[in-house]
Ligand binder design. Sequence first.
Ligand SMILES: [Zn+2]
Length: 135
Amino acid sequence: MRYIYQAVERIPKPLSKGVVYHSEEFEVGALLCACGCGHRVSLLVPDSHQITSEGGMATVRPSIAVCDAPCKSHYHIRAGRVEWLPAFSDAMAVSVMRGQIARHAVCDAKRQSWGSRVRVAVARAYNKLRSMLRI
Ligand SMILES: [Zn+2]
């Protein structure tokens, strides 16, 4: 089986086999697990994975580790081709999940600091305006 790349606005509810869906707007990707177990694999783009099209075929980086399904599959998708990697042990799966959660925490912190910078800038502009108008 080969995976084609499909850009979508929203990830459809029933996924088709052999399609990597990518929604740039919602920063997510989705595909049906390559092992055929029917598990819906969700990817956070670009937080955890990058999805690109190579002549219409999907490339996903880095490898996909299915931690939340019994198959525990682990594979690369390169130009639509699935390359199998050794299955993750439970301990490795846990550490990957932890890594992904940690990355999210970092992302949220960045977002927060950006928000507070905006607030400081708005307050500064407001104070300047106030001093100009002497109110
Ligand atoms: Zn599977």
